[in-house]
Design a protein around this ligand. Structure first.
Ligand code: C2E
Ligand code: CA
Ligand code: CA
Length: 741
C-alpha cells in the first residue's frame, strides 16, 4: 500500500484500475449531484464519492489518486467552467490523499476496523480532514467563479463539509470492512437478522416520515435510525453495522430530498445540516461494533491461554484433542497420514519424590524444550499433564518419519540434566499410533472416536515400549489382544489371594566356607488354576500397578514367618528367612506395626527375620528410610540391600543406613571371569562392605568357578542354583534336615 517502487507498477493494470476507479467516482458524484437539494447547484447534502475515494486509496494504494481527479472533473464538467471542475477534482483528490496519508502513513491502521482506535482515526481524524480540504477548495472555487454570494459562503461550505463527512463516515467504513473482512461469511441467522433490521428501519422511519410530511421540514423521526444502528453494532458485527449505516444514510437523504423535489421547496441550510449531523451519529455504532470485535479478540486470546500448559508453555490436552481431531479429518480428506507420538518418562515419580516438586518441574521444563527442539516448527507438541508428552505429525510420510522423530527425541532426552548440582539421566518411552487417510476407517466411528482411538493406541504402544525398555514402539493390533490378556491377568490376580493361589518357595543361602545352610529367601509363586506355577517377574509389576502389593506383601510376610515357626517346632535348625519388600510396602506408614503383629502372631523371634529392600527403595526418601530402618533394627530384624550395584547408590551413601548386609546383584556374578570389570567391582564391594562391618551375600551363584572366586575374596554367604533352586516348603525341609549343600 506504499508508493509503487518501480515504473512497472504503472502498468496497463494500473491504468485500468485508475479508469475503473474514475468511472465509479464519476457515477457516485453524479448521484451526489442528482440528489443535491435546492441549496445551490453544486452543493449536496450527501457525497458518497468521497468515502469511496478514501476506501480505494487505503485498500489499493495512494497511487490511484488520478481516478478521483478524472471522475471529479468529468462529473462537474459542463455545468461549471472547466477550471472550476478541475479545482473540484483537485480538491477531491487532495482530500482523499490527505486521509490516506493520515491513515496509512502515520501509525498503524487496519481497514478491518475491528479496533476502536482505527474507528477513531478514521471517523474523527481522517474523515473531517478530508471533508475540510475538499469543502474549502470547492467553495473557494465557487467564490472565484462569482457563483456564490460571499455572505452565503460559510453556509455552503458547512453543507459541503458535512456532505463529504457523511460520505466519508458512511461509505468508507462500509467498503473497507466488507473488503478487508471478506473472509467473513455471516451465517444464515445473522443474514436474516440483518434483513430484519434493515427492513424494520426502512418501514418505521419512512412510515413516520410520510406521516409527518408537510408538518415540519425537519423530521425528528430520523433519530429512530440510531437504535437500529446500535442493534446492528451489538449483534451483527462490523459488516452488519456498516451496511445498516449505509442504508440508513441513503434512506434519510432519499426521504428528505424526495420531499424537497416533490414540493419544489428548497430545504433551509439548517435542516440539511441537522440531517447530516444526525447521520454522523453512525460513528458510535462503529465504535460499539469495534469494541465488541476487540472483546471477541481478547476472548480468543484468553481461549488460547486456556489451551496452553502453564508449566512448559506447550499446548495442553484440550488443545491436542482439538488439533488431533482436525488432523484426522484433514488426513481423511486428503488421503495423507497422521502420526501421534505418546511419550512418558521412566521413573519420573522417583525423581519427583526424591528431589521435590520444584526440581521435578524444572526437569519437565527442560525436557519440554528438548522435545520442541527435536521436532519441526509445524509439528504439534503438547503436554498432557504429569510426565506425559505428545507430538503430532502430519503429512504424506508422517507414519514413517515418526520413528526417526521418536529416536531424535529419545536421544535428546538422554543427555544429562543438571539439577541442584547433580547430573541426572532421564529416559523415556514412546508409543506411536498412525492413521493413513487413504485407508478408510470403519464409517460408524465418528472423528472424535477416531481421535480417542488414536490416543489409546499410542498409549498402549507406549506401555509396551516401557515394559520392554525398547525406547519406542509402533502400535499394532496384537497389542490389543495382549492388553486384553493383561486385563484378564489383572482380574485373575485380584482373585488369587482369596483363592489361595499364592505359594512361597524357599531358596537356601549357605555359608561360603562350609556350605552349611544359614537361611533362606522366601520367593513368591502363583499357582494358576490353568497355567500352573508362575514366577513373580510375570506378575509382580501387575500386582503393584493394581494396588495389591500391600495385601499380598503382608501375606508373604505372615506366611514366611509362620513357615519358619513350623520348621522350628519340627526341631529343624534355627535359621533366618529373608522376605523381599517392594517400594510400596516399605513406604507404607504402618510397616512397623505390620511386622510387629506378624512376629507376635507367629511367635517368631525378630532375629529370624530378614527384610530385603533394593537400593532405589532405600534412596527414595532417605529420611523416612533411616527412621524405619532404625526402628526395625531396634526390634531386632535384619536388613539387607538387594540387587546391590544396579542402582545409583554407592556404599558410602549407604553408610547412613543401619543395615546388616548387601546382596551383590546376580548380574555381577554371572560373568565373573577373573580380571573382568565385574570381578573388580565384586572385589571392591566385598572389601568396602567388610570395612563397614556389613556382611556380603552373592546371589545367582551357578558355577564352581563363581563360587571359588567369591570364596577367595571373602564373600560371606552364597545363594544360587549351584546350591539349590527355589523349592517348595516341603522340599526345603528335606534340605534343612541335611543341613548343608
Ligand atoms: P530377587 O529378590 O533378586 O530374587 C532372586 C531371584 O533370582 C529369584 O527369582 C530366584 O529364583 C533367582 N535366582 C536365584 N538363584 C539363581 C541363579 O543361580 N541363577 C538365576 N538365573 N537366577 C537365580 P524369582 O523367584 O523369579 O524372583 C524374581 C524377583 O521377584 C525377585 O528378585 C524379587 O525382586 C521379586 N519377588 C519374589 N518374591 C517376592 C515377594 O514375596 N515380594 C516382593 N515384593 N518381591 C518378590
Ligand atoms: Ca531378593
Ligand atoms: Ca536380587
Amino acid at each position: 500500500m506504499a508508493y509503487p517502487e518501480s515504473a512497472r507498477t504503472y502498468s496497463a493494470r494500473y491504468w485500468l484500475g485508475v479508469v475503473v476507479f474514475a468511472v465509479a467516482y464519476y457515477l457516485l458524484a453524479e448521484f451526489g449531484l442528482w440528489i443535491a437539494p435546492f441549496i445551490h447547484g453544486s452543493v449536496t447534502a450527501f457525497w458518497p464519492a468521497s468515502g469511496m475515494a478514501i476506501a480505494v486509496l487505503v485498500l489499493f494504494g495512494g497511487q490511484y489518486w488520478p481516478g478521483i481527479l478524472l471522475g471529479g472533473f468529468f462529473a462537474s464538467f459542463g455545468t461549471v467552467p472547466a477550471y472550476v471542475a478541475l479545482s473540484f477534482g483537485v480538491g477531491d483528490s487532495l482530500a482523499a490523499l490527505a486521509a490516506w496519508w493520515l491513515l496509512i502513513r502515520i501509525g498503524q491502521f487496519r481497514p478491518q476496523l475491528d479496533r476502536v482506535t482505527d474507528i477513531i482515526k478514521l471517523t474523527l481524524w481522517a474523515a473531517p480532514l478530508a471533508a475540510l480540504i475538499s469543502a474549502t477548495i470547492g467553495t473557494l472555487a465557487l467564490l472565484l467563479l462569482d457563483d456564490l454570494p460571499s455572505d452565503k459562503w460559510l453556509n455552503v461550505m458547512m453543507v459541503w463539509f458535512l456532505g463529504d463527512m457523511i460520505g466519508n463516515l458512511v461509505v468508507a467504513p462500509a467498503l473497507m470492512v466488507s473488503y478487508a473482512n471478506r473472509m467473513f461469511t455471516p451465517d444464515r441467522a445473522q443474514f436474516v437478522e440483518l434483513l430484519a433490521v434493515l427492513l424494520s428501519m426502512i418501514l418505521l422511519v419512512s412510515g413516520l416520515h410520510l406521516h409527518w410530511f408537510g408538518i415540519a421540514n425537519f423530521d425528528p423521526q430520523f433519530i429512530l435510525i440510531i437504535p437500529f444502528v446500535v442493534w446492528a453494532a451489538l449483534r451483527l458485527g462490523l459488516i452488519g453495522t456498516a451496511l445498516t449505516v449505509l442504508v440508513a444514510a441513503f434512506l434519510a437523504v432519499a426521504l428528505v430530498l424526495g420531499d424537497a423535489r416533490l414540493s419544489g421547496v428548497k430545504i433551509p441550510y439548517i435542516d440539511v445540516a441537522n440531517l447530516q449531523l444526525l447521520l454522523a451519529m453512525s460513528v458510535p455504532g462503529f465504535l460499539i461494533a469495534a469494541a465488541l470485535a476487540e472483546h471477541k479478540d481478547s476472548e480468543r486470546k484468553f481461549e488460547k491461554l486456556a489451551r496452553h500448559d502453564s508449566l512448559t508453555g506447550l499446548a495442553n490436552r484440550a488443545a491436542l484433542l482439538v488439533e488431533l481431531e482436525y488432523a484426522v479429518a484433514q488426513a481423511e480428506r486428503r488421503g495423507t497420514e497422521v502420526a501421534l507420538l505418546f511419550m512418558d518418562l521412566d521413573r519420573f515419580k522417583n525423581i519427583n519424590d526424591t528431589l521435590g516438586h520444584a526440581m521435578g518441574d524444572l526437569l519437565l521444563q527442560e525436557l519440554a524444550q528438548r522435545i520442541r527442539n527435536s521436532v519441526r516448527q509445524d509439528d504439534f507438541v503438547a503436554r498432557l499433564g504429569g510426565d506425559e508428552f505428545t507430538v503430532l505429525l502430519q503429512g504424506e510420510y508422517a507414519a514413517e518419519s515418526a520413528a526417526a522423530v521418536a529416536q531424535k527425541i529419545l536421544d535428546a532426552m538422554r543427555l544429562p540434566v543438571l539439577l541442584q548440582g547433580h547430573e541426572y539421566v532421564v529416559s523415556g518411552s514412546i508409543g506411536i499410533a498412525a492413521l493413513n487417510g487413504a485407508v478408510p476407517r470403519t464409517p460408524e466411528i465418528d472423528p472424535t472416536d477416531a481421535t480417542l482411538e488414536l490416543m489409546r493406541q499410542a498409549d498402549t504402544a507406549m506401555y509396551r515400549a516401557k515394559r520392554q525398555s525398547s525406547g519406542f514402539m509402533y502400535f499394532n493390533v496384537n497389542m490389543d489382544s495382549n492388553s486384553k490378556l493383561q486385563l484378564r491377568l489383572e482380574n485373575s490376580l485380584r482373585r488369587a489371594l482369596e483363592n489361595h493361589e499364592f505359594e512361597l518357595y524357599f531358596q537356601a543361602k549357605v555359608a561360603a566356607g562350609s556350605g552349611r545352610i544359614v537361611g533362606c529367601e522366601a520367593l513368591l509363586r502363583w499357582r494358576h488354576p490353568v497355567h500352573g506355577l508362575i514366577k513373580p517377574d510375570k506378575f509382580i509389576e501387575v500386582i503393584e500397578s493394581i494396588g495389591l502389593m500391600i495385601p499380598v506383601g503382608a501375606w508373604v510376610l505372615r506366611e514366611a514367618c509362620q513357615q519358619m515357626q513350623r520348621w522350628q517346632q519340627l526341631g529343624l535348625p534355627m535359621q533366618r528367612v529373608a522376605v523381599n519388600l517392594s517400594m510400596r510396602q516399605f513406604l507404607q506408614p504402618d510397616l512397623l506395626a505390620v511386622v510387629n503383629q506378624v512376629l507376635a502372631d507367629s511367635r517368631l523371634e525378630a532375629n529370624c527375620l530378614e527384610l530385603e529392600i533394593t537400593e532405589s527403595v532405600a534412596m527414595s526418601n532417605a529420611k523416612q528410610t533411616i527412621e524405619t530402618l532404625t526402628a526395625l533394627k531396634q526390634r531386632g530384624v535384619h536388613i539387607s540391600i538387594d540387587d546391590f550395584g544396579t542402582g545409583y547408590s554407592s556404599l558410602s551413601y549407604l553408610k547412613r543406613f543401619p543395615i546388616d548386609a548387601v546382596k551383590i546383584d546376580r548380574s555381577f556374578i554371572q560373568d565373573l571371569a577373573p580380571d573382568s570389570d565385574d570381578a573388580a567391582i565384586v572385589m571392591a564391594t566385598i572389601r568396602l562392605a567388610h570395612a563397614m562391618n556389613l556382611s556380603v551375600i552373592a546371589e545367582g551363584v551357578e558355577t564352581v568357578q563363581q563360587r571359588d572366586f567369591l570364596l577367595k575374596y571373602g564373600c560371606d554367604v552364597l545363594q544360587g542354583y549351584l546350591y539349590s533352586r527355589p523349592v517348595s516348603a516341603d522340599d526345603y525341609s528335606i534340605l534343612l534336615r541335611a543341613g548343608s549343600l
